[in-house]
Write a protein that binds this ligand. Structure first.
Ligand code: C2O
Ligand code: CU
Length: 509
């Protein structure tokens, strides 16, 4: 099915209104429901799942330090709209088919409100998972201004729940950000980039057979999923009419597996001002931005003096990344049309300096953990990936002390890049260093065969998701806190996360 490009306008998700607000708290309710939505004007309406009747969900905007309560409410039907694989962890036939639990990605939040994968709940909280603690989540938002996002995290069906539409933006704002005079209001737009495939009738397509089908079992777990079309904010290949001035875009890769390497066909610079965890110290002008699933880039694009021009946002990331077929890239993301008249003089700026970014001193680390990313085979002969060669149910091995600093060395023995996400904390990327994988597999020792490569310019800021490249040891450093309790770390390729590439960890007092 071939869909025309740039025919539909880019939707901008609405801002969620609180139910009430008093001196101490702001309270929201967010309903998850099934509904039909037009994802492209040449396509029949698609049945999707969303928050508050929207896919993507409404944007939640809070102030730094604001105490926010959110009741996430499951009002979804009993049956899933996508093919479930009952052989994967947490999705066996002994649990209800439709389960949800919401994680705010990037949040520094108490463990009970983090959206632990086994803290799921069903419609009306009739059934809940073994780690369910409370109906109303509390977020203290003691963080600087940042682009976060919320999405489903139910064990064994995260890939399906997110693919069905359960994702939205969560922005924290603060005074420092407002003082910078960045483009704002109509000139600040979030862009959630995702790939999807469709059946002829407009329904979402998700494969229900693995590469090696299992007799008698129709399963959906696939080692990766790549959609044929690119959606931004829930529209296939949209366009956005803009004025000839500066715009701020919060770009999020919300895809299951697909990476993006984004550039503008005008070859102009994109000014990146923020990473996963907030504003950077200095802006950087770059031509290409690489985003693995869950990574964000806060950017300014300057359309000044480009009246009448059309600029296409392109993608050339091979799939799988980084050594897959470049022909699988799906080269087009969206189009900007500089077609609107300038309504007022653009006084916004690309600041020369934004916020301090103190580097964590490696000497402070009380522990260095060496953690492998492995390829393995399940009992059906399907490929699956593990962290530290352990499955989800193995005893907890990562148990940092509250307030301690640790370095994690991610030893990637597989052939693909895995975006590794650690809940609760922000980390810093120290470096990546190539090593001999064969030697490691034979002797279990790291033999470096090249110098360490410093973290990329686009990683000069706080991060919560890092690309761990094949044949490299990626080092990250972080401080654990301010909460104790049970969290997770995992690969953010949702097909991997759903099938054992996820581990619980505990911050101990
Ligand atoms: Cu964006 Cu554990 O997730
Ligand atoms: Cu992975």
């Amino acid at each position: 099915m071939i869909l025309s490009k740039f025919v539909d306008e880019l939707p901008i998700p609405p801002i969620l209104k609180p139910r009430w607000k008093d001196k101490v708290h702001t309270y929201y309710e967010v309903n998850m429901t099934e509904f039909k939505q037009s994802l492209h004007s040449e396509l029949n309406e698609t049945t999707v799942w969303g928050y508050e009747g929207n896919y993507p969900g409404p944007t939640i905007e809070v102030e730094s330090g604001e105490k926010v309560l959110i009741k996430w409410i499951n009002n979804l039907p009993e049956n899933h709209i996508l093919p479930i694989d009952y052989t994967v962890h947490g999705a066996h036939v002994d649990v209800p088919e439709v389960r949800t639990v919401v994680h705010v990605h990037g949040a520094s939040v108490e463990s009970e409100s983090d959206g632990y994968p086994e803290a799921w709940f069903t419609k009306g909280f009739k059934q809940v998972g073994p780690f369910f603690k409370k109906e109303v989540y509390q977020y203290d938002n003691n963080q600087q201004s940042v682009t976060q996002w919320y999405h489903d995290h139910a064990l064994g069906i995260t890939r399906l729940n997110v693919y069905a539409g359960l994702a939205g933006f969560y922005l924290i704002r603060d005074k420092q950000e407002r003082l910078l005079n960045l483009p704002c209001g109509d000139y600040e737009i979030p862009l959630m980039i995702q790939d999807r495939s469709f059946h002829k009738n407009g329904a979402l397509y998700y494969p229900n057979q693995p590469d090696k089908p299992i007799k008698g079992l129709e399963t959906s777990i696939v080692p990766e999923f790549f959609g044929e079309t690119i959606l931004v904010n829930g529209k296939v290949w949209p366009h956005l009419d803009v004025e000839p001035r500066k715009y701020r875009f919060r770009i999020l890769n919300g895809s299951n597996t697909r990476f993006y390497r984004i550039k503008l066909d005008s070859e102009q610079l994109i000014y990146q001002i923020g990473t996963d965890s907030g504003l950077m110290e200095y802006p950087i002008g770059i031509k290409k931005i690489t985003l693995a699933p869950a990574e964000r880039a806060d950017v300014i694009i300057d359309f000044s003096n480009l009246e009448g021009k059309n600029i296409i946002m392109k993608n050339d990331a091979p799939a799988p990344f980084p050594d897959g077929d470049p022909a699988n890239a799906v080269g087009i993301v969206m189009e900007f049309r500089i077609s609107l008249p300038l309504t007022s003089i653009d006084t916004s700026v690309i600041p020369a300096y934004m916020v301090p970014f103190p580097k964590i001193n490696e000497q402070l680390a009380s522990k260095i953990r060496y953690l492998t990313l492995n390829d393995n085979m399940d009992k059906y002969g399907r490929e699956f990936m593990l962290l530290d060669n352990k499955q989800w149910d193995a005893p907890i091995t990562e148990n940092p002390k509250l307030g301690s600093t640790e370095v994690w060395c991610l030893i990637n023995l597989t052939t693909d890049t895995h975006p590794i996400h650690v809940h609760l904390i922000d980390f810093q990327v120290i470096d990546r260093r190539p090593f001999d994988v064969d030697k490691y597999n034979k002797e279990g020792v790291i033999h470096y065969n090249g110098p360490a490569i410093p973290s990329e310019p686009q990683e000069q800021g706080g991060k919560d998701t890092v690309r761990a490249n094949p044949q490299q040891v990626t080092r990250i450093i972080m401080n654990f806190g301010p909460y104790t309790g049970r969290y997770v770390w995992h690969c953010h390729i949702l097909e991997h996360e759903d099938y054992e590439m996820m581990r619980p960890y505990i911050v101990i007092p």
